[in-house]
Design a protein. Sequence first.
Length: 199
Amino acid sequence: MTEGAFHATSQLYGGKLVANTRTPLPAVAAVVPGNFDESAGRTGGRGEVVGLPAPARLETLLTNCLGTTTPDPNQIDLTKAERIVCVGRAIGSADKIAVAADLASLLGAEIAGSRPVIDSGWLPKVRQVGKSGQKVKPKLYIAAGVSGAPEHLEGMKGADCIIAVNSDAKAPIFEVAHFGATCDLFELLPALSERLRKG
């Protein structure tokens, strides 16, 4: 902030463009969770909540606020997870997520989903990885049936180790994966779970 203005650099179109903006103060800025690396000294915190009266001119608007909701402070925070198993559209349905959830449990990982999974209601919004969800940087990220749309890659490509499982060898997820398997996830994931159970 300089000269009574807030300066920001933002990515557009999946990081293909960068916009530099200057907004006169007072200003409100929103930051996607996981954008800043805590190891670099940028740690998050809880800001002070201050109630402000609405400007009088808002009373003339044709829209009305019917209510507000406050996020549950105890809900899962994917940005702090060290291991994540993320499922994509290829999982097929909500009841089939169990095969990935089983593997996640054995790995001590969190289960997550790409936007199509969240939009279908198969997992709650808080478990979405991607530009419109959470930006994560776990030590291990297993992408099962995730094609790898630019918006999704923007949210997870910073992971230390990315393992992709997709039957389509041309899926974009393989461009960022450290290891990949072009096979049926319903064959590989149960096999991995069984191997982990046997130690």
